[in-house]
Design a protein around this ligand. Structure first.
Ligand code: 5GP
Length: 190
């Protein structure tokens, strides 16, 4: 019997680089089953439906919530809805896969309520200044959206104590290696 955690939740403040770490995991760790969320937001250039997200209309998202299809879901940054599709995650867990959810803090709290035995990993920025630099540097949001994200990030930084582990995102490869180790898997050789 393996004692590897079946489900790991990666959450953390806005712009801490959760997406970059999960992209690195998707590209370098096929042994990790990374959940593909549903979202009502529009695809960014280069994003592929079914790979990065399932891009769904608001009505479709409503239907999924009403039907109980979501393991968790949240409105993120006061704008769009994002949710984890219950069936695919439960199936991957039943198959013994190492499942990773990269979601926001509200979603992590919902998973903690329904699956307290899951492994909760907080991705922390090396510093507040670095986090602001990353947020502003991304350049895909308006100044109003950036301000909204910073406000959310301040609240989210305070949530670290709710998690089992903290990984500092000082370097994407290193952070991914630490995360994979916390999932009970072996990091790739350098
Ligand atoms: P983005 O729009 O930049 O891809 O993601 C915005 C935020 O949504 C990120 O903080 C990401 O963690 C969060 N997110 C992505 N998928 C989900 C999900 O299924 N559930 C929740 N609660 N948050 C999600």
């Amino acid at each position: 019997m393996s004692d590897k955690p079946r489900l790991t939740v990666l959450a953390g403040p806005t712009a801490v680089g959760k997406g970059t770490v999960s992209t690195f995991i998707r590209d370098h760790y096929p042994q990790v089953w990374l959940s593909v969320s549903a979202t009502t937001r529009a695809p960014r250039p280069g994003e592929v439906d079914g790979v990065h997200y399932y891009f769904v209309a608001a009505e479709e998202f409503d239907r999924m919530v009403a039907d109980g299809d979501m393991l968790e879901w949240a409105v993120v940054h006061g704008r769009n809805r994002y949710g984890t599709i219950r069936r695919t995650v439960e199936q991957a867990m039943a198959e013994g896969k190492s499942v990773l959810l990269e979601i926001d803090l509200q979603g992590a709290r919902q998973v903690k309520d329904s699956m307290p035995e899951a492994n909760f990993v907080f991705l922390a920025p090396p510093s507040w200044d670095e986090m602001v630099r990353r947020l502003v540097g991304r350049g895909t949001e308006t100044p109003e959206e950036q301000q909204q994200r910073l406000e959310t990030a301040k609240l989210e930084l305070a949530a670290e104590s709710e998690f089992n582990h903290t990984v500092v995102n000082d370097d994407v490869r290193r952070a991914a290696e630490e995360l994979v180790s916390l999932m009970g898997l072996v990091p790739n050789p350098r």
